[in-house]
Each structure stands twice: as structure tokens, then as C-alpha cells.
Design a protein around this ligand. Structure first.
Ligand code: NAD
Length: 357
């Protein structure tokens, strides 16, 4: 049965990088029996310019009806002074919230050809392949009550609430265990159970869920130690699972181990593996419309879409291998270029991946 994919290019480099991912998907439609129908719509500043809101209701409806959404990036100088309620980022937040995307998957995978792009020694990062599973819709970023109040002595006090219910922990733990089952069957759950009761419960629930996955080796690690271990010996990790705030910080740290933000994909999934796929980077307005951006993070996000939402692991692997071949050929966009390599444009990189397929 034909599956529907909504393409939301967005702003800045968004249209350039998604066009390359669409090229790659179209190639698989032609040659590998991929049965998808792609439709494009507006999000972010581009939607605001047309509709006065960063995500029109009709677009939201299309996202709900689609089997998966592939998004470029949103935001840019032009929309920075808008009221916060209609800023481009609000379009993304609405999509995440209304689609119920509670699980954020961010691989930190380093193609061996790019080992020298990392700030860490190549022997520490070569072969790095971590998947960070971050809870996306709960924890301290959403807990109530929150605010800034005036105390009796006139001093201001800021406060937030770090809260997780058992069911929220259970569902993200299942996502992480299932991902670990597809990989090297090692899961590290990151918490601060020595100080925070909420994460003491997190640890207990992860241990309960672990009983359903006896093949997965589970470790628990305090977040401060996890931050340290990520730079000391990152290859010890396979899948990491953690709450919203710790995941926010650790996934950025892990992504930088790989040296280039232009290579990093991400997926945000709901309870039925329907998801939104996007590169980890932003809209890079500084290089927009110059055909300079690296489209590989978006192309690799399309690969994740095939793996997690469209049931085509075979084609996901095919794209990932094609990206490896292109890197073997020495082709590099500016962000990953080094001496001795051939500098290519965004569209040349997309063409090269299509050719490698
Ligand atoms: P950014 O990720 O857009 O850019 C940071 C730096 O990395 C820039 O120098 C940029 O040129 C470079 N870069 C990013 N992606 C690249 C790629 N594919 N190829 C080559 N170079 C790349 O982050 P920023 O500059 O902090 O934010 C720019 C805009 O993006 C802002 O409006 C911000 O709100 C928005 N943003 C959007 C998202 C999203 O859509 N998910 C995420 C982060 C930031």
C-alpha cells in the first residue's frame, strides 16, 4: 500500500537540503519499489509569510494523516522580531505536540572517513556509533508549577518542577530497549538517582521494563559521569536513554564528537512509530540559497524514516552505504572538507548519493 510522506522544507537551507533528500527518495521509488507518495507544504517563516502563522491548520491535518513527515529546518533573521507566539519554532513545537512525538532518537555516528573532523583524537572516535533516546514531551521542561515569583522578603525566586509519571518512563524505556534489540543490545540509562527522587523512580521503572528484554544488557549511569564518559571513552555506549533535559545536553555533546553537525540525523516518534524526521542542525541562514549546505544529515534522516516509520530497513541501509561510498570518493561539502578532498555543492552531493545508490 502506498505510504504518504509530508515534506516540510521550511526556511534557510531547508528547501535546498530537503530537495536532495527527495531526489534520493525518488531514485528509490524508481529502482527499488519504494511505494510512497510525497507532498510538500510550508512550515516556519515560510508558512508565516503566506498564512500569518508558522503552521497552518491544514498543514497540521496533513501531518496527522501522513505516515511520516520529513522536515528541513525553520527560522531565520527575517522572523526574529516577530511575537513569540508566531515565531517559526512554534510551528515545530506544534507538530511535535499534536503528533504526540515523545521519543527523540539522535544517532551520533561517525563515518570513519570523517574521523579527523572531530576535536577528539581519531582513535577515541573512529567507529563511534551511539543512539541517544531522549524523552521529548515531559520532565522539567514541561512540569508544573513553574515561574518566577516574589518572596516575602522581596527577593525573586525562579522555580520549575521536574516530574515524570511511571507511564511516561515506561513508554520511552520500551522505545530504547526496542532500538537496542536492533543494534548491539546494550542500553545505558542516564539519571541522577543519587540526588533526584524523580530519577530514582526512573531507574526503578527502567529495571522493571528490562525484564521484558532479557537479551539487553542494562547499565545505569549518573548524568555527570555520562557527560564525562562521552568524551573519555564514547565507544563504550550503544543506546543511551534519558529524560528531556539530560538528553538535550548529552545529545548535543555526543553530536559534537562526530565533528560535523551537517551529518547528523534525528527522528521524533509517537507510540506507533509514526514520526517526524529532520537534521539535527538549524536553518543556517548564513549560507542559505548558496548551494553550499551539507544535505547528508537530511538524506540520513530520510534513511531513519525508512527504517522506523516506513518499514524499509533494507533501503535505510542502502542510503547509509551510499553516503559511505560518496565519502570514500573524497566528496565533501564545505563543513566537512579537508585537504586532499573534492569540494562539492549541496546539489552535487545529492547527485553523488543518487549515483552511488
Ligand atoms: P544552525 O545549526 O542553523 O547553524 C550553526 C552553524 O552550522 C552555522 O555556521 C551554519 O552555517 C552551520 N551549518 C548548519 N547546518 C549546516 C549544514 N547542513 N551544512 C553546512 N553548514 C551547516 O544554528 P543557528 O545558527 O544557531 O540557528 C540558525 C537558525 O536556525 C535560527 O533561526 C534557529 O532558531 C534555527 N534553528 C532551527 C532548528 C530546527 O529547525 N530544528 C534547530 C536549531 C536552530
Amino acid at each position: 500500500m502506498t505510504q504518504n510522506v509530508l515534506i516540510l522544507p521550511g526556511d534557510g537551507i531547508g528547501p535546498e537540503i530537503t530537495a536532495e533528500a527527495v531526489k534520493v527518495l525518488n531514485k528509490l521509488v524508481e529502482t527499488d519499489g519504494l511505494d510512497i507518495c510525497m507532498e510538500e507544504d510550508l512550515v516556519g517563516g515560510a508558512a508565516y509569510d503566506v498564512h500569518g502563522v508558522p503552521l497552518a491548520d491544514a498543514t497540521m491535518d496533513k501531518a496527522q494523516a501522513a505516515d511520516a513527515v520529513l522536515l528541513g529546518a525553520v527560522g531565520g533573521y527575517k522572523w526574529e522580531s516577530l511575537d513569540i507566539s508566531v515565531r517559526p519554532e512554534k510551528g515545530l513545537l506544534r507538530l511535535r505536540k499534536e503528533m504526540g512525538l515523545f521519543a527523540n532518537l539522535r544517532p551520533a555516528f561517525l563515518y570513519p572517513q570523517l574521523a579527523s573532523a572531530s576535536t577528539l583524537k581519531p582513535e577515541i572516535v573512529a567507529g563511534l556509533d551511539i543512539l541517544i533516546v531522549r524523552e521529548l514531551t515531559g520532565g522539567i521542561y514541561f512540569g508544573q508549577p513553574r515561574g518566577i515569583r516574589i518572596l516575602e522578603n522581596g527577593e525573586r525566586q525562579g522555580f520549575n518542577t521536574y516530574v515524570y509519571s511511571e507511564s511516561e518512563v515506561k513508554r520511552i524505556a520500551h522505545v530504547a530497549f526496542q532500538a537496542a534489540m536492533k543494534r548491539n543490545k546494550k542500553l545505558t540509562s542516564v539519571d541522577k538517582a543519587n540526588v533526584l527522587e524523580v530519577t530514582e523512580m526512573w531507574r526503578e521503572v527502567v529495571n522493571e521494563v528490562a525484564k521484558e528484554y532479557p537479551e539487553v544488557e542494562v547499565k545505569h549511569m549518573y548524568v555527570d559521569n555520562a557527560a564525562m564518559q562521552l568524551v573519555l571513552n564514547p565507544k563504550q555506549f550503544d543506546v543511551m536513554v534519558t529524560g528531556n533535559m539530560f538528553g538535550d545536553i548529552l545529545s548535543d555533546e555526543a553530536s559534537m564528537l562526530t565533528g560535523s553537525i551537517g551529518m547528523l540525523a534525528s527522528a521524533s516518534l509517537d507510540a506507533n512509530n509514526k514520526g517526524m524526521y529532520e537534521p539535527s542542525h538549524g536553518s543556517a541562514p548564513d549560507i542559505a540559497s548558496q548551494n553550499k549546505a551539507n544535505p547528508l544529515a537530511t538524506i540520513l534522516s530520510a534513511a531513519m524514516m525508512l527504517r522506523y516509520s516506513l518499514g524499509r530497513e533494507d533501503l535505510a541501509i542502502k542510503i547509509e552505504e551510499a553516503v559511505g561510498k560518496v565519502l570514500d570518493q573524497g566528496l565533501r561539502t564545505g563543513d566537512i572538507w579537508s585537504e586532499g578532498c573534492t569540494r562539492v555543492t549541496c546539489s552535487e552531493m545529492g547527485d553523488a548519493v543518487v549515483a552511488a545508490l
